[in-house]
Design a protein around this ligand. Sequence first.
Ligand SMILES: [Ca+2]
Ligand SMILES: [Ca+2]
Length: 130
Amino acid sequence: MITGFNVLRLDGTGLNGSGPLLSIKFKAKKVGKVTFRPGDCTLGDSDGIELPSVVPNLEIEIVEELPMPEADIFAGPKEDVNMDGKINILDLIVVTKYFGEPITENNQRADVNGDRVINILDLVAVANAF
Ligand SMILES: [Ca+2]
Ligand SMILES: [Ca+2]
């Protein structure tokens, strides 16, 4: 069950057009199916008037993570820290997130220069690769 989050945009410029309004990243506690019911969401305009939610319910299947075959290991540039095929501000965000932390299995890509420390040199390496 996913509950208890709120999003509020305060700058007053609002949004229009089409595209993602919100993305949610979560870590599963166990395998199985879960239904995300955005119908439980409340959307509103800048005057506080509720807008109808038109997002369908989503069924998400959580499967056990299997070890990656050797051929599937990411082979892109090391500066593409989040492995999305682009080198940009999002990669800097990931390096910043782990700045100064010990290297673990989860953050090792943030050590861009491979010196076993996540620091300013890794930020510079990503920024220089833009
Ligand atoms: Ca990237
Ligand atoms: Ca480093």
